[in-house]
Design a protein around this ligand. Structure first.
Ligand SMILES: *Cc1c(COP(=O)(O)O)cnc(C)c1O
Length: 492
């Protein structure tokens, strides 16, 4: 072909690949060396520190138009992002409820990004691994192999997946076609008054509304009261509602209470309700030999949400929804447009993974979970869960032994709710005192804990979901709480 008649396509055939491959190799080695040091020395650094103004200012910089050497870009990231973390990989981070990540998982995320595969589906190895990790999740919980599941961003999304299937199965009409307005008897969902806030968001997003989610009273240990649940269901039936789904919580976010899952499974079967378990905290206790009894019954659920980025310490994000009835799951989400038709051979000849959730493009979340499970084996993850639960009870006992400290809720697993309570302090003054203890622990970089309110009582809250925590760290927390409490109560 005469070269002079070819169309002029582009000026220069630019790509995003490095101009200097050996330079990027050297820098990458540096990044890895720094990352190893970062993790190895995490215990020596403060848990958290607030950012100086010049660091904050970096994040107001405008959109860059021209190039910068990658070594400079990395230096800036080191000095800003890497130097001012949230702190949840630190051994004394116990706020809210998170995992503490792990190096192998981070390598998994890196390799997944290098391959760059889209897990919307298709006939390739990453898609098979995604399904394998889902199968391993089923196995860990004692779910049947015929169940289906999907990896999602986290527990909130996993709960939405389960509750969406529940709504569609129990609606009595084709909700996908006709919408919630066509449902004849309004659906009712049930959960305890300790439910995580994501269920409210789910009810709102599903078009059922917050009021369709009845919060049932809890017993002295903050577990759902089955008699109260039964009464609410009967009352709703009599009033013309359609009881549709009960949500059991395996590990509440406030106190770690585990609902009676066997009792709930039996009740749901009797009443013809969908049984969903929010197991974001506690589903994986099923792999912990000393504590698995606490979540017995989870294997009877119609759907479960679990969170590998919590007790498997996978780097964020990865959650998992499991659904017993695989066809109900697929029928809730599958849409096959003309541009996604399957073929009998080739890349499009496998199951589309996007048919089990709301996303189309999906990240390769499985690799970080798969690599850590392979490296350590599931038995070790079970022992780590037992260790954290043991540490929760150890802290519970330390607090009980201190006259100036008070437990505010029963310790069930690895969440401890307590407060510093000197004579003469109550109500708002007591809350202000404990809030100040929490803030100083954070600001001094000693430990990160959070707070909550249980049955109207404000308290400090420690969630030991951390594979790096040692007993000495919990001793230190108690010592520091006492020291700060006494200082603040005396006006300093
Ligand atoms: C963490 C948590 C969630 C939400 O999970 P994310 O992974 O944060 O989206 C839901 N329920 C409970 C009980 C949780 O602890």
């Amino acid at each position: 072909m005469d070269i002079s008649v070819r169309p002029a396509v582009v000026k220069a055939e630019e790509t995003l690949d490095p101009d200097d491959w050996s330079g990027i190799q050297t820098l990458s080695h540096q990044v890895i060396d720094d990352a190893v040091g970062y993790l190895r020395n995490v215990r020596e650094r403060p848990v958290w520190q607030d950012m100086p103004d010049q660091v904050r200012a970096v994040f107001d910089a405008p959109l860059p138009k021209t190039p910068a050497p990658i070594a400079d870009v990395y230096r800036e990231v080191s000095a800003t992002v890497m130097s001012y973390p949230m702190g949840n990989i630190h051994p004394r981070f116990w706020s809210w409820y998170m995992g503490s990540s792990n190096f192998t998982g981070a390598l998994g995320d890196f390799l997944a990004a290098i391959q760059g595969s889209n897990l919307g589906g298709g006939n390739h190895a990453a898609a098979l691994m995604d399904q394998q990790v889902v199968n391993w999740c089923k196995e860990m919980l004692g779910f049947p192999a015929s169940a289906s599941g999907t990896l999602v961003s986290g527990g909130s999304m996993a709960n939405i997946i389960g509750l969406t299937v529940a709504r569609n199965v129990k609606a009595g009409i084709d909700v996908r076609e006709h919408g919630v307005a066509a449902i004849k008897k309004p659906l009712r969902f049930y959960g305890s008054d300790q439910l995580h806030s994501c269920h409210r968001k789910a009810m709102e997003a599903l078009g059922l509304g917050n009021l369709a989610l009845r919060r049932i009273a809890t017993d002295a240990d903050l577990r759902i009261d089955l008699a109260a649940l039964r009464a609410a269901i009967a009352e709703d039936r009599a009033a013309g509602f359609q009881p549709a789904c009960v949500i059991g919580t395996a590990g509440t976010v406030n106190t770690g209470a585990v609902d009676d899952l066997q009792g709930l499974a039996a009740l749901a079967a009797e009443e013809g309700l969908w049984f969903h378990v929010d197991g974001c905290i506690g589903a994986l206790i099923a792999i912990a030999p000393e504590n698995a009894w606490r979540v017995a019954g989870i294997e009877y659920a119609d759907s479960v949400a679990l969170d590998p980025h919590k007790w498997l310490h996978a780097p964020f994000e990865v959650g998992c929804a499991l659904v017993r009835d695989a066809s109900a799951h697929r029928n809730t989400f599958a849409v096959t447009p003309e541009y996604l038709e399957m073929t009998s051979r080739g890349l499009a000849s496998a199951n589309w993974l996007h048919e089990y959730g709301l996303q189309t493009s999906r990240g390769f979340r499985a690799l970080k979970v798969w690599m850590s499970l392979k490296e350590h084996g599931v038995l070790k993850f079970g022992r780590l869960i037992d260790k954290n639960i043991g540490q929760g009870h150890f802290l519970n006992d330390l607090i009980e032994a201190e006259p100036l400290l008070e437990l505010v809720a029963t310790t069930s697993i690895n969440i401890v709710c307590y407060r510093y309570r000197p004579d003469g302090f109550s109500g708002e003054r007591l809350k202000a005192l404990n809030t100040e203890i929490m803030l100083r622990l954070q600001e001094e970089g000693t430990a990160s804990i959070s707070d909550t309110t249980v049955r109207g009582e404000h308290c400090l809250r420690v969630a030991v979901n951390n594979h790096r925590t040692r007993q000495e760290d919990l001793d230190l927390l108690v010592r520091e709480t006492l020291a700060l409490g006494s200082r603040i109560a005396n006006g300093n």
